[in-house]
Design a protein around this ligand. Structure first.
Ligand SMILES: Cc1ncc(COP(=O)(O)O)c(C=O)c1O
Length: 377
């Protein structure tokens, strides 16, 4: 077959978006439990389902009892900003940024909270010098930069005896990458990524030092109700038992429970991580076989196994747009254009809900799209 001929076999599930991501294999809306729909989230049943969701997340993340886990409003952004607004200002702040979302937290710290943070940056594809971080500061970073496909390789650069708090936006890392919880004081994510759940809600994980900060420090600025984690001078413990601050989407909660039960049926967190690794390896093979494809993440040790960002030889933004549209029109691959602020390229989600066979099936299709655009040009 020549590259200009359309391949015969399509990925069975052409869902490669980096958020919201592919639903778990076998998912369908009919499979979601609906007994709680139309009921109060504060009913016995509502609280039971929220608690089950929390318990399953703890189990799939192997989260130790030292850390609390709660469901909050506003997707991952809500969880990150809730943490920033409630805990920052007590000591100097360092923000790390190597792509668009990390940059967003810099903007929050500089322009909104006016904290005058130390900002450590790197270009798309690179990681900044993690050794340069002053841990007497509170430190905000993105564990996996979704728009550049660059992740921190591990938590070794975070000292056990740090004075400041570590804040990890790990929305595209949790369930796919191993997190050393002892090194993490605050972690946030949304179900829409590796679990293939819905956006809308964030998940906030707090270690004991973060709780101590909340209980001993009151920020100088006002806090809207959706950010308030304290009640009568103490941590609002209910938030970590399914007593959400305001009304959650129980449909999104049931959807997350479905994904978590799927994860459990596979063998839990290790199985999810293995699936992401296998998907990323299948994609890497495809890249290695093509001279015109490359990885945006320069160092393989920092290369994401979820939001894998690829360079395409000679491609500008228009080329990438046309490339992605060709594949979408044929239902061969959805949503694989890189993020709007990133250098033009492809971004292919390799999280646990994607099947490796579908990544493999992408190979002939990217050849076909590339040939269409280069032969036509
Ligand atoms: C690293 C990172 N942080 C934050 C967000 C924003 O997440 P949400 O839309 O769930 O608030 C995203 C979304 O892709 C992300 O990848």
């Amino acid at each position: 077959m020549s590259d200009t001929q359309m391949p015969a076999r399509k990925p069975a599930r052409p869902f490669f978006s980096s958020g919201p991501c592919a639903k778990p294999p076998g998912w369908s809306p009919e499979k979601l439990q609906t007994a709680v729909m139309g009921r109060s989230h504060r009913s016995g049943l509502g609280k039971k389902r929220l608690q089950l969701c929390i318990d399953l997340m703890r189990e799939m993340l192997s989260l130790p009892d030292t850390h609390r886990i709660g469901i909050v409003p506003g997707s991952d952004t809500g969880a990150v900003e809730m943490a920033m607004w409630t805990m920052l200002g007590a000591r100097p702040v360092t923000t790390l940024a190597w792509e668009s979302f990390g940059d967003g937290w810099v903007t929050d710290a500089v322009k909104q909270l006016k904290l005058d943070p130390t900002v450590i940056r790197a270009d798309y594809g690179q990681l900044p010098d993690l050794g340069a971080v002053d841990w007497s500061n509170d430190v905000i970073f993105t564990w996996n930069g979704t728009t550049s496909g660059v992740r921190v390789p591990n938590a070794d650069w975070i000292p056990a005896d740090r004075e400041g708090l570590s804040f990890a936006d790990a929305t595209s890392a949790v369930f796919a990458q191993d997190i050393d919880w002892a090194k993490i004081d605050v972690c946030t994510f949304s179900w829409q990524k590796v679990l293939g759940g819905e956006g809308g809600h964030g998940v906030l994980i707090l270690g004991p030092r973060a709780v101590e900060r909340l209980e001993t420090y009151t920020p100088a600025w006002p806090l809207p109700k959706v950010f308030r984690l304290m009640s009568k001078g103490k941590l609002a413990e209910g938030v970590f038992k399914g007593e959400t601050i305001n009304t959650p989407s129980m449909l999104a909660v049931e959807d997350a429970i479905f994904a978590l039960e799927w994860a459990k049926s596979l063998g839990g967190g290790a199985a999810l991580r293995a699936r992401a690794d296998a998907n990323a390896a299948a994609l890497d093979k495809l890249v290695q076989e093509r001279a015109w494809l490359g990885h945006l993440a320069a160092d393989p040790a920092t290369r994401s196994n979820t939001s894998v960002c690829l360079t395409v030889e000679g491609a500008d933004a228009d080329f990438i747009k046309a490339f992605a549209q060709l594949l979408e029109a044929e239902h061969a691959a959805y949503d694989i254009a890189g993020y709007r602020d990133a250098p033009p390229g492809l971004r292919i989600w390799c999280g646990a809900t994607v099947d490796a066979a579908d990544i493999e099936a992408l190979g002939p299709w990217v050849d076909w799209a590339y040939a269409q655009l280069t032969v036509a040009a």
